[in-house]
Design a protein around this ligand. Structure first.
Ligand code: ADP
Ligand code: MG
Ligand code: ZN
Length: 628
């Protein structure tokens, strides 16, 4: 990427001054010896001899040096051969008699004359040392800068790197694959940047901030660059972690400066990578005293984001994070990063597309089926796949092959997986099968008991921090009130995963822990918060939402209840969960064939959604024992 020239006059000035100073110093130090302008040095005793011998005309006595001039030597005809006699110098010794001697001989003497160019020299001697200091300082700052513009003397200038349209290496949406939803969302941003009038004419406000959320290596940075590339606008990129190493106050100054530059170049995109490094919730640092620098930087960022709509400049701020939960809520308010785009690990089709992009860059053997490689790499992010292709090419090169074969890919997968296992989960075939049945279990129970919403997607691509697979239920409408039977539906659906494992594998894995937690929580709330238990009646057994002194929820504490009541609550909660469990088992038993069919399909495709899913779920039948 070409780096656009920044205002660099400070830098030029500094280097000109530095060079000037260096040359001046060199000339002053070396010139006398180099060009021999120093008079010859003689011993003090010779000097005294010459004084006594009436050979000296004049003497200048300096602190470290005595310079004196000899009488002109007489020529043959008694005429002066030269106008001036030779000048010599000697090093003085402590000699109080000297003035008397010189006076006795009638020799002119004086203190040494002041140095030539005195005012200039003095000036430089004051100016040069600070300049050298400044030079060294900015040299180190520059090195931190990785050569980015805005170096010497521009200490608080933004480190933002600018990429501009027209680069030969311009990134576009074609270079990003497997994150279609994110691309759709961002093409809207591109549209805003290209045709702002279209939106402003209708009185629509252009969004300011879009937050890209997703695990590392899924292409968030790449997407942001591609958005700028598509819109053909300048792209400012700065990383949140760069702010953290700064001195107090410099981070805020840098944010201010960044936005100043951006406004000048509007329309443009400002991209803040690793937003969580500055945007950590201020409350989370509470007791530790927080981090002043980060807080100031964050506040400045918020101020800037609130400010620039007034200026009417089309600056869109994109930011990326893989830890959205740690972000300060103030960042997510309307008018700031109010749009959030999920950039997730790619599914099978997405992985294939990404592999195709990178396979174009290597010499691929004709036999290679990229589909097979995509199938073997669930859980890989875009960066992992790019790395995989490169590993395979390296292996082929090491074996002195002419092209990269599927065997190379297979070995490369093993290498990459070994590296990944620590970072994320890559499922074994057995685990994948369990996850598939588990998720289909959720989906089938959810289809029969739709209190939790319509099942919209089943996926066994590992996502997020905890889920190995997931079943997505979309609420059919916005709900603020749920009735008892809907809550029971939800509990049964949550238990559907575990029920499927029980039925198919006759064993239970640890994978359902989160489901059980949520189901039990729901059941407990039904009993203690919503008064839905017939046995315990319409009483609230908890004390409502309470916050601790930091403003964080601490869960609902129980009211003081008798031991008997506590026992009854426990029994009632257990009863509700058990009932949901039994319902789930009954539904899955009744639809065993469908369970197998969908599970098989999902093992093949990893994701089922849309029409295909509807067709499957349309065949589901409710067993007679389950009241729908
Ligand atoms: P993130 O910012 O989400 O951590 P990056 O955008 O830095 O990820 O991705 C690192 C590299 O991995 C990219 O430069 C690109 O080469 C590759 N990559 C990641 N995701 C994708 C994708 N969806 N499509 C194509 N390449 C990708
Ligand atoms: Mg990144
Ligand atoms: Zn589950």
């Amino acid at each position: 990427m070409a780096i656009k020239p920044q205002p660099q006059w400070q830098r030029r000035l500094a280097s000109v001054l530095l060079w000037g100073a260096t040359i001046y110093l060199l000339v002053n130090l070396l010139a006398p010896t180099l060009f021999g302008s120093q008079p010859p040095q003689v011993p003090y005793s010779l000097f005294i001899d010459q004084v006594e011998g009436d050979k000296v005309v004049s003497v200048y006595v300096g602190q470290n040096e005595i310079r004196y001039q000899l009488k002109p030597e007489l020529g043959d005809e008694g005429k002066e051969k030269a106008a001036d006699g030779q000048i010599l110098r000697t090093t003085p010794i402590f000699d109080l008699e000297l003035p008397k001697r010189l006076e006795a001989k009638g020799i002119e003497f004086a203190a040494a004359p002041p140095a030539k160019n005195s005012w200039f020299g003095t000036l430089l001697s004051w100016v040069i040392p600070p300049l050298i200091f400044v030079g060294i300082w900015s040299f180190f700052l520059n090195r931190n800068n990785n050569g980015a513009p805005g170096g010497a003397l521009a200490f608080t200038k933004s480190k933002a790197k600018v990429y501009v349209e027209g680069d030969s290496t311009k990134v576009t949406f074609d270079d990003v694959a497997g994150v279609e939803e994110a691309k759709t969302e961002l093409s809207e941003v591109v549209d805003f940047l290209k045709f702002p009038q279209r939106y402003t004419a209708l009185g629509a406000k252009i969004p300011k901030g879009v937050l890209l959320v997703g695990p590392p290596g899924t292409g968030k940075t790449l997407l942001a660059k591609a958005a700028a590339g598509e819109a053909g606008v300048p792209f400012f990129i700065i990383s949140g972690s760069e702010f953290v190493e700064l001195f107090v106050g410099a981070g805020a100054a840098r944010v201010r400066d960044l936005f100043e530059q951006a406004k000048k170049q509007a329309p443009c995109i400002v991209f803040i990578d690793e937003l969580d490094a500055i945007g950590k919730s201020r409350a989370s640092g509470g007791l530790m005293g927080g981090n002043d620098e980060r807080e100031q930087t964050l506040n400045q960022l918020l101020t800037e984001m609130d400010g620039f709509s007034a200026a009417g400049a089309t600056v869109i701020v994109l930011a990326a994070t893989n830890r959205p939960e740690t972000l300060d809520p103030a960042l997510l308010r309307p008018g700031r990063f109010d749009r959030q785009v999920l950039v997730d690990r790619p599914d099978l089709a997405g992985r294939l597309k990404i592999l195709e992009i990178y396979a174009k860059k290597i010499k691929l053997d004709n036999e290679v089926e990229l589909k097979n490689i995509a199938t073997r790499t669930p859980g890989f992010a875009g960066a992992d796949l790019a790395n995989l292709v490169n590993e395979a090419a390296l292996l082929a090169a090491r074996n002195k092959q002419n092209s990269v074969t599927e065997a190379d890919f297979r070995e490369a997968i093993e290498r990459v997986v070994a590296g990944l296992e620590k970072k994320s989960r890559v499922l074994s075939d057995k685990e994948k099968k369990i996850v598939a049945y588990h998720e289909v279990g959720h989906a089938l129970v959810g289809a029969v008991m739709p209190g939790g919403g319509q099942v919209a997607k089943i996926s066994i691509v590992p996502r997020g921090m905890a889920a190995l697979g997931y079943t997505l239920q979309m609420p059919t409408e916005d709900r603020f009130l749920l009735n008892e039977s809907e809550l029971r539906d939800q509990i049964a659906t949550l238990l559907g995963g575990r029920a499927a494992e029980e039925i198919v594998f006759d064993s239970i894995t640890t994978g359902a822990a989160n489901d059980l937690q949520r189901a039990t929580d729901l059941a407990e709330q039904m009993v203690t918060t919503y008064g839905m238990s017939k046995v315990l009646g319409p009483l609230a057994y908890d004390k409502g939402q309470q916050n601790n002194f930091l403003g964080q929820g601490m869960g609902n504490p129980r009211r003081m209840v008798s031991d008997d009541t506590a026992k009854e609550i426990d029994l009632e909660v257990k009863e509700i969960v058990e009932q949901g469990h039994n319902q789930a088992l009954a539904i899955l038993d009744h639809n065993r064939d469908l369970l197998e069919a969908i599970a098989e399909k999902i093992l093949e495709k990893e994701v089922i959604e849309g029409e295909e899913l509807n067709q499957f779920l349309g065949q589901v039948q409710a067993p007679a024992t389950v009241a729908v």
